[in-house]
Design a protein around this ligand. Sequence first.
Ligand code: ATP
Ligand SMILES: Nc1nc2c(ncn2[C@@H]2O[C@H](COP(=O)(O)O)[C@@H](O)[C@H]2O)c(=O)[nH]1
Length: 223
Amino acid sequence: MTDTPHTPAAPNAGIARRGILFVISSPSGAGKTTLTRRLLKADDEVEVSVSYTTRPPRPGETDGKDYSFVGISTFERMRDEGAFLESAKVFGHYYGTPRAPVIDAIEAGRDVIFDIDWQGAQQLAERARGDLVTVFILPPSRAALEDRLRRRAQDSEEVVRKRMAQADAEMSHYAEYGYVIVNDDLSRAERQLHHILGAERLKRTRQTGLRAFVQKVIGEQDG
Ligand SMILES: Nc1ncnc2c1ncn2[C@@H]1O[C@H](COP(=O)(O)OP(=O)(O)OP(=O)(O)O)[C@@H](O)[C@H]1O
Ligand SMILES: Nc1nc2c(ncn2[C@@H]2O[C@H](COP(=O)(O)O)[C@@H](O)[C@H]2O)c(=O)[nH]1
């Protein structure tokens, strides 16, 4: 038996599979971005979808890494040309997922993680249900959510109030998701997220190389 180190989410090595569209949604401040970053660091078979947005960059955000920051006319032109797999207006700004990199990744068997809202998740469910795995992140309490938004200290008081005012409406969409995690302890939530990904990777229907693998094993002779 080999003793190769592996992540809890390691799929069956060498067996071809389709990639997963791994969607994470939550009310603003519940911890999607934090969890996404940790998952990306821990697992090299998953990549992030970098959205386009018309929202201005926050301090420390990098164009092309956190988001591709564009003006309204550029966004509307791209949307009308069909460049987005999904798009939505959230908190007064446009956000959209670029189509081409996502299609390339899942066809090559790489998983893509999406930090998007419930409107985007609904659109992806209409367009790519079989490849989709959805997770809703809840905060442990309303007070914790507000505290996290304030401690992040990257939005004005007005923006924080606007996001808290929307939190209940957003949380009411939890029932549209396949999995729900309460992000109380960050490390535990990260582990839970990783386990979901690991189990979903092993779904028979995603493992497109299984038939060939089983035929090979059946055909092997002793000696
Ligand atoms: N389990 C946790 N315990 C305490 N603080 C947390 C936890 N998870 C995330 N945070 C903190 O809460 C703040 C908000 O997290 P984050 O930016 O990841 O939220 P988000 O859901 O991506 O929000 P948005 O939708 O606005 O982008 C950050 O400062 C982060 O460090
Ligand atoms: N439907 C989409 N929603 C998106 C996308 N990118 C981000 N988001 C969601 O917007 C809000 C606000 O994000 P913030 O970075 O401004 O705090 C949050 O709920 C994100 O999940 C997208 O491409 N499509």
